[in-house]
Design a protein around this ligand. Structure first.
Ligand code: ARG
Length: 467
C-alpha cells in the first residue's frame, strides 16, 4: 500500500478499512484532470519562486510521462494506492525522486479533489450540451418536413384538438432548449477554481490563485477557502439538470412507445433500434425507448443520493463527500448514452402520416372549431359549447362525425348551422386557422421554425463567458 500519510501512525491500516476507505476503483477516471491540475499547480509554484524551474520541469515531465504510460497501457492503475491522487504522487516520486515530493507543496487533497471533480464535470457539461444540440437538430429537421402532417393533440390522453407533427415536436424542442440553457447557467456558475484553498484555510505560501485559475481556463479563483473544499453545489445542479433531461426523454419515450403500438401505429421504429421477443415471433419491441424511460430512475437516484449525502455535513471537507463520485459518474454516463441512442432512434424512425391524419379525423377534435363557428354567427360561447356537446352526443349515438351529418340533421340541433360549417370544421381549416404565436398553423409554425434554426446557428457553449 502506498500511502501519503503514514507518519503519525503506529499500526498498519486494517485491510478491510483500507479497502472501505479507498476510492481508486472509481476516481481513476480523474487521472487526466488530476495531472492537468498538478501541472498548473507546479507551474504556478515555480512562477512564485516556491519551486525552482528545474524542479518544475522535472515534475511536469514526470506527470506527462505517467499520463502517457497509463494511456498506452504501460502503467496500470491498480488498488495499491488509496486514490488517484496518491497513485500519481507515488508514481511521480518513483520516477523523478525527491523533486516529486515537492508536488504537494501548498496543496491538500481536499482542494485537489475539489478541482479534479470540477474539471471533470465541466467537460461533461459541454459534452451533454453538444448531445442536446444533436437532438435538437434532428427535431428541427423533422419539424421542417412535417408542417402539414396532421395529428391529434391530446389532453388526459384523450384526443383534444388537431395539431401537426411539427407542432408536437416543437414542444420537445423547447424542453431540450431549456435543458441547454440550464447547462449554460451552471457552467458559468461553476467555472471558478478551488485550487489554493488548501485543506480549508488557504496556505502561508504566496500562491497566485488567479494565475492557476487562468491556466486551467477558469473565470477566476473561488472566493472562500472553506466553501471551496466543502462545495458540491455545482454537481447537485448538474444532476438536477440531468434529471430534467431524463424527465423530458422519458416523456418523449412514453409517447413513442404509444405511437409505435399496434393501436396507434403513428410511427415505426427502425429495426436497428428495436428488439424481438424470444417467444412471440410477431413482436418488435421499443426497448430503447423503454430503457431510456427506465433509466430515468437511476439519474433521479443520483440526485437524491448526493443531496442526502451533503445534508448535515459540517464545514469543511468530510469523507462522506467521496460518495459524490460513483453516483455522479453513473448519471453522467447514463444520460449521455440515452441521448445518443434516443437521437439515433428518432433520426431513423418512420412516420405513418396516413394513420396520424386518420386519427385526427376521428374523435371530434374539431368540436371546439364547430363551437367557434357558432360564435362567429353571434351565439355566445357558453351556449355554443352546450349545442356542440349535444351534437357530439348525437354523433356518438349514430356512430358518425360532425362533418358527416347532413345539413338537416345539423339544423335540427341549431338553426345557426349553415352549409359553410363543413369547410369551417375541416381538418385543414382547424389547423390553418390556429395562427396565434406558438400555435400549430403552418404560417405560425414556419416563423417558429425559423427562430429555432437561428437559435441552433448561434455560438455553442465553449467555456468563454457570454457577451
Ligand atoms: N478520495 C477523496 C475524495 O474523493 C479525496 C480527498 C481526500 N481527502 C481527505 N482529507 N481524506 O473525497
Amino acid at each position: 500500500m502506498a500511502q501519503l500519510w503514514g507518519g503519525r501512525f503506529t499500526k498498519e491500516t486494517d485491510q478491510m478499512v483500507y479497502e472501505f476507505n479507498a476510492s481508486i476503483k472509481f476516481d481513476r477516471r480523474l487521472l487526466r484532470q488530476d495531472i492537468e491540475g498538478s501541472v498548473a499547480h507546479v507551474v504556478m509554484l515555480a512562477k512564485q519562486g516556491i519551486l525552482t524551474v528545474e524542479e518544475k520541469d522535472a515534475i511536469v515531465k514526470g506527470l506527462t510521462g505517467i499520463e502517457k504510460d497509463v494511456e498506452e497501457g504501460k502503467l496500470i492503475i491498480d488498488s495499491s494506492c488509496e486514490d488517484i491522487h496518491s497513485f500519481v504522487e507515488a508514481n511521480l516520486i518513483r520516477r523523478i525522486g525527491d523533486a516529486g515530493k515537492k508536488l504537494h507543496t501548498g496543496r491538500s487533497r481536499n482542494d485537489q479533489v475539489a478541482l479534479d471533480m470540477r474539471l471533470y464535470t465541466r467537460e461533461q457539461v459541454l459534452a451533454v450540451d453538444a448531445l442536446l444540440k444533436d437532438l435538437l437538430e434532428v427535431l428541427l429537421d423533422t419539424m421542417e418536413q412535417h408542417v402539414e402532417t396532421y395529428m391529434p393533440g391530446f389532453t388526459h390522453l384523450q384526443k383534444a384538438q388537431p395539431i401537426t407533427l411539427a407542432h408536437h415536436y416543437g414542444a420537445y424542442f423547447e424542453m431540450f432548449k431549456r435543458d441547454r440553457g440550464r447547462m449554460k447557467d451552471l457552467f458559468y456558475r461553476m467555472n471558478y477554481c478551488p485550487l489554493g484553498a488548501g485543506a480549508l484555510a488557504g496556505t502561508t505560501y504566496p500562491l497566485d490563485r488567479n494565475y492557476t485559475a487562468s491556466l486551467l481556463g477558469f473565470e477566476g479563483p473561488t472566493e472562500n477557502s472553506i466553501d471551496s473544499v466543502a462545495d458540491r453545489d455545482y454537481l447537485i445542479e448538474f444532476l438536477s439538470a440531468l434529471s430534467t433531461v431524463m424527465m423530458h426523454l422519458s416523456r418523449f419515450s412514453e409517447e413513442i412507445i404509444l405511437w409505435n403500438s399496434n393501436e396507434y401505429q403513428f410511427v415505426e421504429i427502425d429495426d436497428a433500434y428495436s428488439t424481438g421477443s424470444s417467444i412471440m415471433p410477431q413482436k418488435k419491441n421499443p426497448d430503447i425507448a423503454e430503457l431510456v424511460r427506465g433509466k430515468t430512475g437511476r439519474v433521479y437516484g443520483a440526485l437524491m443520493s448526493l443531496l442526502t449525502t451533503m445534508k448535515g455535513l459540517p464545514l469543511a471537507y468530510n469523507k462522506d463527500m467521496q460518495e459524490d463520485k460513483e453516483v455522479a459518474f453513473d448519471a453522467m454516463d447514463t444520460v449521455q448514452d440515452c441521448l445518443k441512442l434516443f437521437t439515433g432512434m428518432l433520426r431513423t424512425m418512420k412516420f405513418r402520416k396516413d394513420r396520424m391524419e386518420q386519427s385526427a379525423r376521428n374523435g371530434f377534435t374539431n368540436a371546439t372549431d364547430a363551437a367557434d363557428y357558432l360564435v362567429g354567427r353571434g351565439v355566445p360561447f357558453r351556449d355554443a359549447h352546450g349545442i356542440i356537446g349535444r351534437l357530439v352526443l348525437y354523433c356518438i349515438e349514430k356512430d358518425t362525425s360532425i362533418e358527416a351529418l347532413s345539413l338537416e340533421e345539423l339544423q335540427a340541433i341549431s338553426d345557426q348551422f349553415g352549409p359553410d360549417l363543413y369547410e369551417a370544421v375541416s381538418l385543414k381549416n382547424c389547423v390553418e386557422k390556429r395562427l396565434t404565436v406558438g400555435g400549430p398553423g403552418p404560417q405560425a409554425m414556419r416563423r417558429e421554425i425559423a427562430r429555432c434554426r437561428a437559435y441552433l446557428n448561434e455560438k455553442d457553449l465553449t467555456g468563454s463567458r457570454p457577451e
